[in-house]
Design a binder for this molecule. Structure first.
Ligand SMILES: *Cc1c(COP(=O)(O)O)cnc(C)c1O
Length: 471
């Protein structure tokens, strides 16, 4: 069959209408899933057809078949995990990225995609107040940003031991110690695994009462073998509490003892974009590498994370690759020199569009608004009978739990009650929260990052919790 550009029109139009209907439905549709795995299997496991199917029918059936299995994740009342929404300009740019279908591995494969990434990288460093000379990479998420940054760390630390890790691998290489908090996000452990550093070389430090890293503990951990290869991984925004390590205190200690400092700032690094909250990050610019996300607080569609490395040479040495057929250019940045992937989506466009839509003050406002809503949610829920605030938000993350009304209730009964209430809230479809375990207790995490979340959403969510509690 002859394919002409006009054959795209019906399918794209259907997708446009369905997408619009979906985002407009978010105001009233249930926030959680309503279909179970068996139902979704029944609808989606269609027979593998031998013949072709009309593109519009494929799109229409897809929309029908996923019914009930699409979370209202971009909704203003979605407070589970740490999840952002998608700004209109970012979503539209994401669609165009698919239509343009550039392979953003090289400048030559997509000149505008490469230059848009250069611009986005420069803007990101400006917004996040990172050193202008730092190198960067737009990756799939903070997980791969950790891998990218820690690959640069591995290169630099072993180079100091006259060990070329890219050539010799880790066989018989000096071990690299990784010092981080017992609170660290599990993506740290996975990056360590993927890079062959070995999780047994991670030393976990017990945090202070305010959930931050203790400077004496860091010193002790690094002093055991000063100037032996080591990475200290600090947190800009703990996953449960949003706590920020004291960079001003910790980074000089790590540097004095020869460690590479990496910062997990998946969402918290965005505090830098707000004049009100950037004080939480004082001293962070002295780190060696930073990882953050676009698909969380910047409200870029999934998948979008950012890696930054102060020592651009180490970053490039860890990632760069060459093949005879790839056309390198001297006048522009080839993304393949900085990313772990080869062929890749031109993910710079959606970041570029998000930053353009909000501007500097729009981003600051998004950060500050999210924090205000998180505080209101935690205070509102905390004032309900049977609820207890475990953590008042520093930024956008808070913790509550629900206690059993039984006299002399055991910790396990409070845990069970917390799970039960969360389950009821989610089943009500009015709001979405998720559970976590914090200091040995089951808790409900309150996480606000969506540009759409409003005061009305906050009131509706608190009412949903009140309903769940009275049931
Ligand atoms: C979400 C998150 C990660 C992992 O990021 P992905 O984008 O899911 O890869 C790492 N650290 C923290 C603190 C996070 O919140």
């Amino acid at each position: 069959m002859l394919q002409t550009t006009s054959t795209f029109q019906p399918a794209l139009r259907t997708a446009y209408e369905e997408a619009l209907a979906f985002v407009q439905s978010l105001a009233h549709a249930p926030v959680g899933a309503t279909a179970d795995a068996a139902t979704l299997r029944e609808t989606l496991f269609r027979p593998l057809e031998d013949g072709s199917i009309d593109a519009v029918a494929v799109v229409e059936e897809l929309v029908r078949d996923v019914e009930g299995g699409i979370l209202g994740m971009p909704s203003g009342r979605f407070f589970g995990w740490v999840i952002g929404g998608a700004l209109p300009a970012a979503l539209a740019a994401d669609w165009l990225t698919s239509a343009w279908d550039q392979n953003a591995a090289l400048y030559a494969c997509g000149p505008a995609a490469a230059i848009a990434e250069e611009a986005a990288g420069a803007w990101l460093k400006d917004l996040l107040q990172l050193p202008p000379a730092a190198s960067f990479a737009l990756v799939t998420g903070c997980q791969m940003a950790h891998v990218t940054c820690l690959a640069a760390a591995r290169h630099a630390l072993l180079e100091r031991c006259s060990w070329n890790v890219e050539e010799r691998g880790l066989y018989a290489a000096p071990p690299i110690k990784v010092v981080t908090s017992a609170n660290r996000h599990a993506s740290i452990d996975r990056a360590v695994k993927l890079l062959g550093l070995g999780t047994q070389h991670i030393e976990l430090l017990e945090p202070n009462a305010d959930e931050t890293m203790n400077p004496q503990s860091l010193r002790r951990a690094l002093q055991a073998r000063p100037h032996a290869p080591a990475v200290a991984i600090l947190a800009a925004g703990d996953i449960n509490t949003g706590a920020f390590d004291s960079f001003e205190e910790l980074i000089p200690i790590a540097k004095e003892l020869g460690a590479w400092v990496h910062v997990d700032g998946a969402f918290g690094l965005w505090a830098a974009a707000s004049p009100r909250y950037r004080g939480l990050l004082a001293g962070v610019e002295a780190a060696d590498s930073w990882a953050t996300d676009g698909h969380k607080w910047l409200n870029v569609p999934f998948d979008c994370g950012y890696a930054f490395v102060a020592d651009a040479q180490a970053h490039r040495a860890a990632m760069s690759t060459r093949a005879p057929y790839i056309a390198q250019t001297a006048t522009a940045r080839d993304q393949i020199d900085w990313n772990p992937d080869w062929s890749r989506r031109a993910r710079g466009f959606s970041t570029y569009a998000a930053i353009r839509q909000l501007g500097r003050s729009g981003i600051a406002d998004l950060i500050e608004r999210s924090c205000r809503h998180a505080a209101a949610l935690v205070a509102g829920i905390g004032s309900l009978e049977g609820a207890e605030v475990l953590w008042h938000p520093i930024i956008n993350q808070g913790l509550v739990r629900f206690k059993s009304t039984r006299r002399d209730a055991t910790p396990a009964e409070h845990d069970a009650r917390t799970e039960e209430v969360i389950d009821r809230i989610v089943r009500s479809g009015q709001a979405y929260f998720g559970p976590t375990t914090w200091r040995g207790m089951r808790a409900m995490r309150v996480s606000v990052l969506n540009w759409q979340t409003s005061d009305v959403d906050v009131s509706r969510a608190v009412a949903a919790v009140a309903n769940a509690l009275s049931g």
